[in-house]
Design a protein around this ligand. Sequence first.
Ligand code: DUT
Ligand code: MG
Length: 585
Amino acid sequence: MGKREFRPENEYRYNRRAGPVRWILSHLARYPLLPLLTVLAAIFNNWFYSNIQLLIGRSFGLITTPGWSMPELLPLALGVMGSAAGQSLTGLARNYSTEFIAQRIERDARDELYISLLGKSQTFHGRQRIGDIMARVTNDVRMLNYMFSPGMMLITDSMMALIVPMIMIGRMQPRLLLVPGIFVILLGITVADYNRRLKPVSIARREQFGTMNAGLAEAIAGIEVVKANAQEHQEWRRFAADARLFRDYFVQQGEIQARYLPMLIFGLAWAGGFLHALLLWRAGIVGLGDVVAFMGLMGTLRFPTFISIFSFNLVQLGVASAKRILELINTETELDENESGVARPVRGEVVFENVNFSYEGTPVLKDVSFTVRPGETVAIVGQTGAGKTTLTRLINRIFDVDSGRVLVDGVDVREWQLESLRSQLSTIEQDVFLFSRTIGENIAFGCADATQEEIEQAAREAQAHDFIVGFNEGYETEIGERGVMLSGGQRQRVAIARAFLTDPRILILDDSTSAIDSATEDQIQRAMRRISRQRTTFLITHRLSQIRWADRILVLRRGEVMDEGTHEELMERCEAYRQIFARYE
Ligand code: DUT
Ligand code: MG
């Protein structure tokens, strides 16, 4: 199994390496009795139905022989009734078991996919379009459901609806098999041809759905930018083009379906079979009852013929969807949770040793080396794009170094157990992401067992308590879509409160571009100062007032450490440092 950052306990092992069909089968193997039940139920269901045709044929045979009597007909009539009841019961069992399989597999696959998404690295998520992921998690997983119910159910049923009547016809009079035999062969050929033509169109349709969805998700996520730049028209046109292409695939599919030959062939076969049966009857080879039963059994073939227009396509789509799901699951990810790695309380020493790092081949950090003692506060300054944020991301392993080492307490971060390392490390960025949950829950994120008192204590220390109780519902206030929106400064304080609660040993405050009014700024600074005490703190800021409480300052320029020292020292000797402040003050 590949690398992952997250792996739950007791995970079921599916076969993900041998293609979509094997993967689906490994899902099916979790519930081995259900497919068996489906097949058995389908066999008996069709046997009962065909039996009805046989009994009706026999009844006709009986009432056309002179001197027949009622007591002879009665068992046949009862047989029809019994078979009809049997048919309903087995139909019930068949539907129950396929529906069960379908729902289970949809649930399991969605679970599996979601778990795998949680385990993917930041690099993966940075590359992938959210809308496309959403399309796969919702729609493609749903297609697996349809693949079994009704897809596989119809196919099993129609197979039996071909085989069982054929056997019965053969047992009645082998010669009668001539027409249905030719028909079944032609059916096989035409259905295969039809599916071969339909497959690329249905698969393209699914891909296009993902593309359309991704475009939509992006436009909505970026709605502010769209509006601010008056790009509504362009975005609408872009979406309309995507939607039109999606529709075109449907039309193409319709055209292929309209030219569906098997039903035509069935019509011919039915008439041809009737003629053949009558000829055999005239020759005295079969009785009248046999002709009636034969026509009833021939009629049974209508259902599998008709339904094959959908059923095989559903399975094809299911397999194509499975392939898209597997693609996502099997995408290699760079980091691993390192379950057996070092897990212990962090003291807070951070060392960079000749670290080089690049994004997709573009070097961003070059030969960076420095040491931070436990509890020290280090400010990192440098112009925008210098690599400050990137540098801090190597500590909590959002990314891994290309060469060199990052050590926490003398241990390479790659040797740490990922969860242990990340849980003792907090990052507070300017652009804080909050979930659409209550403020209290957002503060307690990552610390699920926190009590209300602890949450409020943390909020007080983060200077957030006052504005929170200012809301009507206080800590129960919903944030985001269904509730209040918070300002940048308020969000930041919620994040600081979260950090107070989780009490990390290493803290990263990434605040380089913030622009907040001075009253709020004062509060945030007080909160930041308080939280930076007694833990190793990386401070990315251009505010002199904050830089002053740093023990040391690192000057980063185009990914290289230029100099380090106190503010006064650097003002004295470092040109790059002076430049930064010439600009910002
Ligand atoms: N970069 C990427 N991919 C990313 C993030 C950044 O290619 O996912 C590039 C942009 C920039 C360089 O890496 O040229 C350094 O980016 P970083 O975000 O580390 O810069 P910063 O020092 O934090 O800049 P700012 O002060 O604007 O936050
Ligand atoms: Mg940055």
